[in-house]
Ligand binder design. Structure first.
Ligand code: GLN
Ligand code: ZN
Length: 755
């Protein structure tokens, strides 16, 4: 029989025990010993759960108090000097979160997931040294519980590829030799304590690598192979196919290779032919990135094909990747309809699925029934939604006229000054706002009382904006917990779980909604709030929506139809909302797409296809309105270079983007490409509590004016203000308005002079 395995278990605990312990520790409510104890209990629980389920290869060192890449920084002795101090925990959390004047290390998204890792900083003359304490301790800790685990480590090449030197790519050649030395020592010590297998993660093998990397991988792994005697190396890849790197991976001196067969199924035949006879194949069959119950009969057929070719003794079965990316336990969900619950599987259930796949004559009837049910369930399938999608025409994807015609119609209606000012949507989510939501949920205030509280806040936000003479107003989004969850709760086809938490970074967890069925909107979702807000002012109010691509990207998405079909359904539901906002008298509607860029596939060859449907979906959501209605969009990142043409193709009348944090880095892009529509490069870094002054904002705008004509420019912050305090927001926005005034004075004059 094949071997059952896991690549990593969620570390936050089924009830987010780790989150609570970390936050209590940071707030000095519990001691370091208590935090350590919590970690130990979570690990023990996870190991036991997997052992009891019958998993053969159970991981250790998949636990982390903050992030596994940060743990690797410590393991290889790459702590930047400025953080070093005698207290290990203090050093660790200083890197992760910053400390007084010391900023935290940079954080970025882990491949195409919503998990964030700490970006290691490698100095030009970096020295590495081994600190194997954590991994050895965890191995021994499990052993003491009677469980021989498979240590998980991030491989040396991926580690360097994920790192930065002075903010740029690392010179791999300069460091790989010494780093490999450290890894050799590590492998030797794991060999000595009796680890049978070591899982060495090299997820970068699914990326487009340049030819130089092949030699680097070979040299490094040849040395690693020489460092061990009894221990076997399982090289793990995930999140995609190996593609061009397949022959490299199969030639490395490793004993096992893990492949993500949920995303690389098309590669299986090539792989089965290429894999050498001494190598074990670890088949990632159970999706570690999604929450659907596995189709075990289908998996079994796939497995049989692999076993027939390789012999079952050369086959390991596992999840596609670490289960870090799914919630812990479906059993904790008490309010889900049984029918829907039967379609789902969280980490604990996935472990059971893997175990079941290695059992002879296992009973797959529940899985079979769920598969059948999902094909026909009327909860999932809605003919009206499917038909509506069929009837969209080319015209559904475009506005009636081109931008220049729209622009003059909009200008006539809105009569905005040069350098119009606006914000991105949210205003501070104060503790009172959050308390009101908690009280509503607990039943201690009524729906009406809750709404009145929100309305009072909207009123205040509008008075403030009028007072400082903002040109385009927002209502403040006080009624939204989260820009995706708000819509998920209102749209049909979504489940919002109670405990479906997934780690985003450190103690921060998110609860992605689950898109299980055809999506539609049965009634307006935001119109009441927006019309209430508009009724309080004569200035234009922006209706505020989250775009289809962003809702898709930040949810668990059904796997029984192409992503783009689901996204189009979302787009149509949002289109109805946009049209309703217009009918209710809103002259401007903003459709946020902050996740559009992070949705980009890992391989370049897949980009065009993705961008094509993503842009189409945005256009489908935005194109139902009249020409005089102004559509805005918003994105918060600044690396636009490669996708600027697609952004332009979205054809939003106005786009606001992050720019101040990166010091107008995006202007580089506008040197080469003249963006056709209006644009607001952010002048206020909302990630920092710092209050920018007028002159520095002006400086940013003057910089922007070198590349973007003044008629196209808007003045706005980088992103929404919900994480900021009113004390910061008020002076910063006042300064922003002053900045716009100063620009108008200077540049309106210029126009006269030129005339
Ligand atoms: N409208 C949203 C807000 O202001 C946009 C948030 C985002 O871009 N992530 O909060
Ligand atoms: Zn943003």
């Amino acid at each position: 029989m094949a071997i059952s395995s896991n690549l990593g278990f969620p570390r936050i605990g089924a009830k987010r025990e780790l989150k609570k312990a970390l936050e209590n520790f940071w707030n000095k409510k519990i001691s370091q010993e208590e935090l350590i104890e919590t970690g130990k209990n979570i690990r023990a629980q996870n190991w036991k759960l997997q052992a009891e389920a019958g998993i053969n290869h159970i991981p250790c060192n998949d636990f982390s108090f903050y992030d596994h890449v940060l743990d690797t920084v410590i393991m290889v002795g790459a702590i930047p000097e400025r953080y070093l101090n005698a207290d290990e925990f203090d050093t660790y959390f200083a890197m992760a979160r910053g400390k007084s004047t010391l900023k935290a290390m940079e954080m970025t998204k882990w491949f195409d997931t919503n998990y964030h890792y700490i970006v290691p900083e490698i100095a030009h003359k970096q020295k590495f040294s081994l600190n194997a304490k954590k991994v050895l301790n965890e191995f021994k800790e499990a052993l003491a519980l009677g469980i021989k685990t498979r240590p998980v480590i991030l491989g040396p090449v991926s580690f360097l590829l994920l790192s930065k030197t002075d903010g740029n790519h690392v010179d791999i050649n300069a460091h790989i030799e010494q780093l490999t030395e450290v890894y050799c020592q590590l492998l030797k010590s794991l060999d000595e304590v009796g680890a049978e297998w070591i899982q060495i993660d090299e997820p970068c093998l699914v990326l487009d690598l340049n030819s130089e990397m092949e030699q680097i991988y070979k040299n490094s792994y040849e040395k690693l192979a020489r460092a061990i005697s009894k221990t076997k190396l399982l090289l793990t890849t995930y999140f995609g196919s190996l593609a061009n790197n397949l022959s490299l991976a199969t030639k490395l001196p490793i004993q096992g290779l893990h492949v993500d067969l949920t995303r690389a199924a098309h590669e299986l035949d090539t792989l089965l032919n290429a894999i050498p006879s001494h190598m074990t194949l670890s088949a990632g069959i159970v999706d570690g990135r999604n929450v659907w119950r596995n189709d075990l009969s289908k998996s079994k057929t796939l497995l049989k094909k692999i076993e027939d070719k390789l012999g079952s003794e050369r086959v390991i079965i596992g999840p596609s990747c670490s289960l870090l990316h799914v919630p812990v336990d479906l059993d904790t969900e008490k309010n889900l309809a049984n029918e829907a619950k039967a379609w789902l599987s969280f980490a604990k259930q996935k472990i059971a699925e893997i175990a079941l796949l290695t059992e002879a004559n296992a009973d797959f009837s529940k899985s079979d029934a769920s598969v059948q049910q999902r094909k026909t369930s009327t909860l999932i399938h809605n003919d009206a939604v499917k038909e509506r999608l069929q009837t969209t025409t080319e015209d559904s994807y475009k506005r009636k006229n081109n931008f220049s015609i729209r622009r003059s119609l909009q200008q006539k209606k809105l009569n905005l000054p040069l350098f119009p000012t606006t914000t991105i949507g949210s205003f501070p989510q104060t503790s009172e706002v959050r308390a009101a939501r908690v009280a509503l949920k607990a039943g201690s205030i009524s729906q009406v009382e809750y709404e009145n509280k929100m309305k009072a806040d909207i009123k205040d936000a509008i008075s403030f904006q009028e007072e400082i003479q903002m040109d385009v107003l927002v209502h403040g989004e006080f009624e939204r917990t989260d820009m995706v969850e708000y819509f998920a709760q209102k749209l049909k086809g979504f489940i919002v779980s109670e405990y479906g938490w997934v780690q985003s970074y450190g103690s921060r967890c998110v609860r992605p909604p689950i898109i299980f069925g055809d999506i539609y909107r049965d009634k307006p979702m935001t119109v009441e709030w927006s019309t209430f807000a508009q009724s309080l002012t004569k200035k234009p109010m922006k209706g505020m929506l989250t775009g289809p691509v962003t809702i898709l990207k930040w949810s668990f998405v059904r796997d029984d139809q192409p992503l783009e079909t689901t996204c189009k359904q979302l787009a149509l539901a949002l289109r109805d909302e946009v049209v309703d906002l217009e009918s209710a008298g809103l002259a401007i509607v903003q459709i946020d797409e902050p996740a559009l860029r992070e949705g980009m596939p890992l391989k370049k060859k897949d980009w065009n296809h993705y961008l094509d449907w993503a842009v189409k979906c945005f256009r489908l959501s935005a194109s139902g309105v009249k020409d005089e209605t102004q559509i805005h969009t918003h994105m918060c990142y600044s690396e636009f270079n490669e996708i600027i043409k697609s952004i332009a193709a979205m054809d939003a009348d106005v786009i606001s983007i992050e720019a101040s944090r990166s010091n107008m880095e995006l202007l580089q892009t506008f040197k080469e490409f003249s963006y056709p529509n209006d644009i607001g490069p952010g002048v206020y870094d909302i990630h920092s509590p710092r209050i920018p002054n007028e002159s520095e904002m002006e400086e940013l705008m003057v910089n922007a004016l070198k590349y973007i004509p003044k008629e196209k420019l808007w003045v706005n912050p980088d992103c929404g203000l919900k994480t900021r305090k009113w004390e910061e927001v008020k002076p910063a926005l006042k300064a922003m308005i002053e900045c716009a005034r100063a620009l108008r004075k200077q540049y309106a004059k210029e126009k006269v002079a030129n005339a």
